[in-house]
Design a protein around this ligand. Structure first.
Ligand SMILES: Cc1cc2nc3c(=O)[nH]c(=O)nc-3n(C[C@H](O)[C@H](O)[C@H](O)COP(=O)(O)OP(=O)(O)OC[C@H]3O[C@@H](n4cnc5c(N)ncnc54)[C@H](O)[C@@H]3O)c2cc1C
Length: 502
């Protein structure tokens, strides 16, 4: 038998399996205050869920069927009053600076009652992440400053994220596909800015947002190499809204068409163009583009995973209540073993999926997009220093070239390729597993409830309609499976998952 010392010595001969079990390695390295902060977030989510969402969500869903033009502005106002649009904005930009992984717990909590309401808040942070991951501190300061001002004045200022085009959905989420996709959004360089033409479709919160992070192409035939990112403000000349979609679920959150007709976007609102970063990095525009896509989706796919677990949990809670309150042949349904097996499986799906999105967040936190903000000293520094300090000493620096250089270097040059593979791979895994768990639990709830589940007021049919959309957005689940293979399983991936080392 091997002695303990011999077993220990094996570690040096065989690779660490850190990438397979991030929580084991990084759990103790998390700032402890993050746990308390997450508890605060969950408490706030529960307040919002019970006081705003639950009393309204079914009526609102009905209303969106009766009046196809209806947009829930009053819900956004309420969320704005509760401070939900600045919770996860870093303090240096005037926000409350809650840690980003806690947003996933918020999503799950609110999503367990209504994914439409959850997305009215969650997708605003996708818009924010896109702005931040481009490393332009001057524009971050401006846009996030507007969101903070919108909270103070009671006029919500939301950010949307606009990449999908009428003829390109999956194609704009991957540089290789983008290179040959049928793109339509064109940005022509002119003196002092860009002229934007084309349209974007299915943009969540489009009609409700003030700022839109819009991606367009200098050359539609060479999309991957000529991509630009522009900030467009509602009301700018040449920008208008088309319809918002009459879609199957998540109807509280409008999915809008954005139309650009010779819309002039000045240089100061250009977040990314192939030349802009030349002085900061030697990477090609295509590599910068890929890195940006990976960063944004590594964050947002963990978030969509948490929506999926919200749906899985919501379906479980509805089914459990039904099984407790219903009798079959004079015996409570919950006393039947087949029902217990079903409920156990649904419960397990929720807990397993939660681990998947937490693992993805841990990867972002220690090996990806948040690793700057959530490093222990920086985290504590930004948590405990007073707001005034940031206003006086940090915020003024954000307009400087140095700040821009540092952020761009951090995001574009200093992340190792294996970290990029890990964060994008785990995010894809969380996205497709959790959203599949969500749909699976909804189907099991409906099976268990029979015709009662089909009634609108049961909530069960609505959560299935809502959950199905999750398998499509933020990259279809098929695309995410391919991405997981490419980034962590294929022979070209670096490093390969240690569990599967030959
Ligand atoms: C409710 C909702 C909200 C949304 N919100 C936003 C938003 O805020 N901002 C935004 O920009 N977009 C948004 N979208 C768009 C979303 O990102 C796209 O729907 C998604 O990327 C899929 O694109 P598609 O619908 O065009 O499907 P397609 O790309 O047409 O795909 C159709 C099918 O083909 C498969 N497929 C396509 N290409 C490949 C490939 N290369 N290899 C293998 N299989 C492939 C897909 O997996 C899918 O099964 C939203 C969509 C929905 C439904």
């Amino acid at each position: 038998m091997l002695k303990r010392s011999e077993v220990k010595s094996l570690i040096s001969r065989f690779p660490r399996f850190e990438d397979n079990t991030l929580s084991m390695y990084y759990g103790p390295r998390m700032p402890k205050a993050m746990i308390k902060e997450t508890e605060e977030v969950v408490a706030l989510a529960r307040k919002f869920k019970e006081e705003v969402v639950r009393p309204l969500y079914l009526d609102l869903d009905r209303k969106t069927h009766e009046d196809l033009d209806y947009i829930p502005e009053e819900v956004v106002k309420k969320a704005n009053e509760l401070g939900l649009y600045t919770m996860w904005i870093p303090k240096m930009f005037g926000g409350k600076g809650y840690n980003m992984p806690s947003l996933s717990f918020f999503n799950e909590e609110v999503g367990s009652v209504c994914l439409g309401f959850a997305n009215l808040i969650g997708v605003h942070y996708l818009g924010m992440a896109a702005v931040m991951m481009l490393g332009n501190t001057r524009i971050m300061k401006k846009i996030l400053g507007d969101v903070v001002a919108g909270e103070k004045t009671g006029n919500p200022c939301l950010i949307s994220y606009a990449i999908t085009e009428p003829t390109a959905g999956t194609d704009v989420e991957e540089v290789d596909l983008e290179a040959r996709g049928r793109l339509v959004c064109h940005a022509r360089k002119v003196d002092g800015g860009y002229i934007l033409n084309g349209s974007k479709v299915f943009i969540s919160n489009g009609h409700l947002s003030t700022w839109h992070t819009v991606y367009a192409y200098g050359d539609l035939k060479r999309g991957a190499d000529t991509k630009v990112a522009l900030m467009v403000r509602t009301g700018m000349k040449g920008f208008s809204f088309g319809r918002h979609e009459n879609k199957m679920g998540q109807r509280a959150c409008p999915a809008s068409v954005l139309i650009f007709e010779d819309c002039f976007v000045p240089d100061e609102l250009v977040v990314l163009n192939p030349d802009l970063l030349k002085s900061f990095t030697k990477q090609s525009p295509r590599d910068i583009n890929m890195r940006h896509i990976d960063y944004v989706f590594s964050l947002s796919r963990a978030g969509v995973g948490s929506f999926g677990i919200g749906a899985a949990r919501g379906a479980f809670e509805i089914a459990l209540k039904y099984a407790n309150e219903t009798e079959i042949d004079g015996k409570p349904m919950v006393d039947y073993e087949w029902v217990q097996c079903r409920l156990a499986e649904m419960y397990a799906n929720v807990r397993l999926g939660r681990l998947a999105y937490m693992e993805s967040n841990l990867a972002n936190q220690h090996r990806g997009a948040y690793n700057l903000l959530q490093m222990k000293p920086i985290y504590y520094y930004s948590k405990y220093l007073p707001e005034m300090y940031f206003k006086m000493f940090v915020t003024p620096l954000l307009n400087s070239r140095m700040a821009n250089w540092l952020m761009s270097k951090w995001y574009l040059d200093w992340q190792k390729p294996e970290d990029q593979n890990l964060t994008t791979g785990l995010a894809s895994m969380a996205k497709f597993s959790c959203t599949d768990f969500g749909v699976r639990n909804c189907q099991m709830a409906l099976e268990l409830m029979g015709r009662a589940g089909l009634r609108h007021d049961s909530g069960a049919e609505k959560v299935l309609r809502d959950a199905k959309l999750l398998q499509i957005y933020e990259g279809t689940n098929q695309l995410n499976r391919i991405n997981l293979f490419k980034s962590l399983i294929s022979p070209q991936a670096s490093p390969r998952a240690a569990f599967f080392e030959e």
